[in-house]
Design a protein around this ligand. Structure first.
Ligand SMILES: [Zn+2]
Length: 263
């Protein structure tokens, strides 16, 4: 089981080494911006690395919304990030489930997700797995609670879609972590990646505020149980820089009874 962290994109492999991480996640462009990612000069070095790479799509992407001025550029940006992520050999592109605005019909949001995959299929399909991540907040979210997730997966039908489970988002979003992996797998059939984060916000608070694993409102043993049940790679998106994240990775390895990386 490979464990790593979300890191600064300048030199992800150096960040991995500093944390003794076997995997890293990073952005390929400003997460709050609409700029398409530029080709990376270190693409070959990244592709050849022993470290598993994951790319997180910008937060501004919302392919579900009924607002054309957000949805259409979101699709394009998602495809651009998929191409750029594949070019560095990433194992997956993580994108938030998105939402519709208050008063809008979430059913259209699910169908907009289907159209996103249809749009990608028209240009040959996504070149790497796209992992939809559960989110913490909002009343009109496509992937906050499992009833919505089930409708989303129904809408996506036969398209190849992955899932990224964020433990902070689940807890703050109002889903109990106990038994959660089985409940999700009954819907998605798979969990491709775990974002192992504690939560500063209380259960069902709707707050997306990550904490280190031994802080926050979640019993760390529950996060470990989720990882064990999912058997998926793990990325911590926790505060504290190298020190804080290295401690979180070490805590997980010790709780899971696995040794440090050989890197
Ligand atoms: Zn996350």
């Amino acid at each position: 089981m490979r464990i790593g962290a979300h890191v600064d994109p300048t030199d992800p492999l150096a960040e991995a080494a500093a944390r003794d991480a076997e995997a890293v996640q990073f952005f390929l462009a400003d997460p709050q911006g609409w700029k398409a990612p530029k080709p990376r000069e270190d693409a070959e070095r990244l592709r050849d690395a022993d470290v598993d790479l994951y790319v997180h799509a910008p937060y501004v992407i919302n392919v579900a919304t009924l607002n054309n001025r957000i949805r259409i550029p979101s699709r394009k940006l998602l495809l651009g990030h998929a191409a750029a992520a594949a070019a560095v050999g990433a194992k997956g592109l993580i994108v938030h489930g998105g939402h519709v605005n208050a008063g809008d019909d979430v059913a259209i949001g699910f169908d907009n997700w289907r159209k996103t995959f249809a749009y990608a299929a028209d240009s040959g399909g996504f070149p790497l797995p796209v992992l939809i991540e559960n989110t913490a907040g909002g009343d009109n979210a496509c992937a906050r609670r499992l009833d919505a997730l089930a409708r989303l997966w129904d809408a996506l039908g036969d398209y190849e879609v992955g899932f990224c489970l964020d433990t902070c988002h689940a807890h703050a979003g109002g889903e109990e972590l106990l038994g959660l992996v089985d409940r999700i797998k009954a819907i998605t059939g798979r969990i491709d990646l775990i974002h192992a984060n504690n939560s500063k916000g209380a259960f069902n608070s709707g707050q997306d505020r990550h904490d280190n694993l031994d802080g926050g409102t979640i019993d760390p043993e529950l996060v470990v149980a989720v990882i064990r049940a999912a058997g998926a790679p793990v990325i911590v998106e926790t505060p504290g820089g190298v020190e804080g994240q290295a401690a979180d990775i070490a805590l997980l390895r010790s709780q899971l009874g696995i040794g440090a990386s050989a890197a």
